[in-house]
Design a protein around this ligand. Structure first.
Ligand code: GTP
Ligand code: MG
Length: 182
């Protein structure tokens, strides 16, 4: 890894109900490990990972937020100045899909309409959703959908790759609006 300054620094927030696997996904991605005894997150925990995407370095400051309802008043503060977000659901729990608008509301009022990638996690277990249901839901809210298993390390890197790709797209669109080049 190089000591040079990164080309970009992004604040990425992990949103979604308690127990959907946000901390497990972050652990898997940043440390390539998984603690089966992972406890509920209190407040927010920050992690940093630098990745190379299309020959540019992106420093990701990843905010792993507590999903528990008792921390919901802090959501907007935690989301302030986010570059992008993941919204995570648990494929075994239908109610985790229903809370999406509440989470996105907190995000968008704090940070404006930033890119969001939806993650359907725990695909190593049997899903309660009908075929196409989650796809349709993600599409209706203009989110890309990636299906992952933090436990079996399926598609976790891919989810981050997609999100950085979405961030780059947005930066390019903003640059072309203002006439500069990214
Ligand atoms: N089978 C399976 N279990 C998982 C997966 N990801 C996480 N888990 C388990 O789900 C439980 C909750 O995971 P966490 O990562 O703590 O969930 P969280 O979203 O961070 O929860 P809060 O911190 O309370 O918001 C843990 O027992 C994990 O081991 C997965 O992909 N498959
Ligand atoms: Mg957690």
């Amino acid at each position: 890894m190089t000591n040079l300054e990164p080309d970009f620094v992004h604040k990425i927030v992990f949103l979604g109900d308690s127990g959907v696997g946000k901390t497990s996904l972050v652990q898997r991605y940043v440390y390539d490990s998984l603690d089966p005894q992972v406890g509920r997150t209190i407040g927010a925990i920050l992690h940093v990972k630098t990745v190379v995407f299309e020959d540019e370095t992106h420093k990701l400051v990843i905010w792993d937020l507590a999903g528990e309802q008792s921390f919901s008043e802090l959501r907007e503060q935690y989301c302030a100045n986010a570059t992008a977000a993941f919204f995570v659901i648990d494929t075994t729990r239908p109610e985790t899909l229903e809370s999406v608008d509440e989470w996105l509301g907190a995000l968008f009022s704090a940070s404006g309409k930033v890119p969001v990638v939806m993650i359907e996690n725990k695909i190593d277990l049997e899903s309660v959703f009908s075929p196409g249901q989650v796809e349709g839901f993600a599409e209706s809210r203009e989110m890309k959908l990636i299906k992952t298993s933090a436990t079996e390390n399926k598609n976790v890197n891919r989810a981050f790759h997609e999100l950085v790709g979405e961030i780059k797209l947005r930066l390019r669109a903003q640059a072309s609006d203002s006439g500069s080049k990214v």
